[in-house]
Design a protein around this ligand. Structure first.
Ligand SMILES: Cc1ncc(COP(=O)(O)O)c(C=O)c1O
Length: 391
């Protein structure tokens, strides 16, 4: 039977679908060693550079000294240590919502929220480019799942109008699409949700901390004033917020409901105290110090302009996630390896993460890159793309 694994691996290698782990050395930052080679990292989610911020590190160390490194049980047993309360109040305040509930990861939050909110007899409407964890949450829920073409509001409205007889309906979308860097048309989605009495769920993993004047994310970016325009918002603490874990924000009753009904919340160990303490410090920093966001956007502009000057399109991105389409999966992975040789790490993205024929290099810059890092990377990108006749 174990031959099955080896056969499957061989099949993946033949199809160029094989994945393997690279070893990263050094502190999470703009320059690290990848498999022993020093490179400029252009694919991390450490958007604001908070992963190594002295205030996050000090908070994590203090919490470790005082509370230890393990919560040792689920939150409903002994895991709900004092830091959760602080973090959840800060997150609710940051997002302008009644309440927040912290989960162990964003993946688990999507699984646990969707499958608790809808089930048999309900319907979910989700975007064709929704994150894998939304898709898996939809599957787990046993609700009827309807996928509408990416950001196609007319198609969504047709579905909402023609469907009747469902107990509950949920629209589930990303705020910033993780592989394309474009935005969900949130104000129109919120209008449709109200009009057709559906719940709206937003996964703002890539918008939080980055978009909006106060870093509040996609809803703030669009100036959505009504705090209830989005019924359920999910986000990770493991990207711009420089820590680990995830949150759901919404009404107080949503929070209570999830504590009672969400299996990926109930049946898992609580986060470790240092992670919670670091997340508290991160939320404070994001609210108090816009400078990290400003640096990020300056870097995004510099790098994006540089790519465009080379003749490389970053369509359809409107954000800090900058995809450059390379289409063919084999070529994409070879280009990624060549860039590594030239001192730049940007992981190639291929199916099933993205639709067939849309393999890409997905660049992300951070607040901690400096102009020299970005210019050096652009020179390497130019060389590699020329070698591959893509320029
Ligand atoms: C849009 C989106 N949602 C959810 C997740 C999962 O979050 P986490 O890494 O906290 O599990 C990710 C990626 O990590 C993501 O890109």
């Amino acid at each position: 039977m174990s031959d099955f694994f080896a056969r499957e691996i061989e099949r993946l290698k033949r199809k160029d679908g094989y994945r393997w782990l690279r070893t990263m050395e050094g502190a999470t930052g703009p320059r690290m060693r990848v498999d022993g080679r020093e490179v400029i990292v252009l694919c991390s989610g450490n958007y604001l550079g908070l992963a190594t911020h002295p205030r996050l590190k000090a908070a994590a160390i203090e919490a470790t000294e005082r509370l230890g490194v393990c919560s040792a049980a689920a939150r409903l047993i002994t895991g709900n240590n004092e830091l959760y309360d602080v973090l959840e109040k800060r997150l609710a305040d940051f997002k302008g919502r009644e309440a927040a509930l912290v989960y162990s990861t964003g993946y688990m939050a999507n699984l646990g929220v969707i499958s608790a909110v809808v089930g048999e007899g309900d319907a979910i409407y989700t975007d064709a480019l929704s994150h894998a964890s939304i898709i898996d949450g939809c599957r787990l829920s046993r609700a009827l799942v309807k996928v509408f073409p990416h950001n196609d509001l007319s198609a969504l409205e047709r579905l909402l109008r023609s469907d009747t007889g469902f107990r509950r309906r949920l629209i589930a979308v990303d705020g910033v699409y993780s592989m394309d860097g474009d935005l969900a048309p949130l104000p129109d989605l919120a209008k449709l949700a109200k009009q057709y009495q559906a719940l709206l769920m937003l996964d703002d993993a890539h918008g939080t901390g980055v978009l909006g004047e106060g870093g509040g994310g996609t809803a703030e970016h669009f100036g959505l004033q009504d705090p209830d325009a989005v019924d359920i918002e999910i986000g990770t603490l493991g990207k711009a917020l420089g820590s680990f874990g995830a949150y759901v924000v919404g009404s107080r009753s949503l929070r209570e409901y999830l504590i009672n009904r969400s299996r990926s919340f109930i049946f898992t160990c609580a986060l470790a105290p240092p992670m919670l303490a670091a997340a508290i410090a991160a939320v404070e920093l994001v609210q108090q110090e816009p400078v990290y966001r400003q640096r990020l956007w300056e870097n995004v502009r510099h790098f994006r302009d540089g790519l465009h000057r080379l003749g490389l399109s970053t369509e359809p991105s409107a954000t800090h996630i900058l995809p450059v389409m390379t289409h063919d999966r084999q070529r994409t992975m070879a280009l990624c390896e060549r860039l590594l040789e030239l001192g730049v790490f940007c992981q190639g993205i291929r199916p099933p993460t993205v639709p067939p024929g849309t393999s890409r290099l997905r660049f992300t810059v951070t607040a901690t890159h400096n102009i020299e890092d970005l210019d050096e990377a652009l020179a390497a990108i130019e060389q590699a793309f020329r070698e591959f006749a893509l320029l």
